[in-house]
Write a protein of this length. Structure first.
Length: 116
């Protein structure tokens, strides 16, 4: 497995999407997309940014594919961030559900008005 594949694994394991990973590391989403597609190789700067943003990442795993992804499990900051993102997603889902229910009610009322 290449370092590009390991970065992809890391994105999936630590964040919801590339945008979140980009914000955490400072690596642009364009560069992350190029890494994912294999167009770009992972630069030394990108490795530094990843290891700075995620200090529990095992550098040997990231660079060489040896050992475990994390030194000793996912750090609290990462789990806190994922929990926060999950809560935001739940709130967004609640808003969507309410909006859909409101539209459904309006349509049902229109149908009832047309019947009378």
């Amino acid at each position: 497995m290449s370092i590009n594949n390991r970065v992809e694994q890391l994105i999936k394991k630590t964040t919801i999407n590339k945008s979140s990973f980009s914000k955490a590391t400072g690596i642009s989403t364009v560069i992350l997309s190029h890494i994912s597609s294999g167009r770009n190789k992972v630069s030394v700067t990108a490795v530094e940014q990843i290891l700075t943003a995620y200090p529990k990442i095992n550098a040997e795993w990231l660079l060489l594919g040896k050992g475990q992804m994390f030194k000793d499990g996912i750090e609290k900051e990462t789990t806190d961030m994922l929990t926060h993102q999950l809560q935001q997603l739940g709130e967004e889902l609640d808003r969507y559900h309410k909006s859909a229910n409101d539209k459904l009610t309006k349509l049902l009322n229109c149908i009832e008005d047309l019947k009378s």
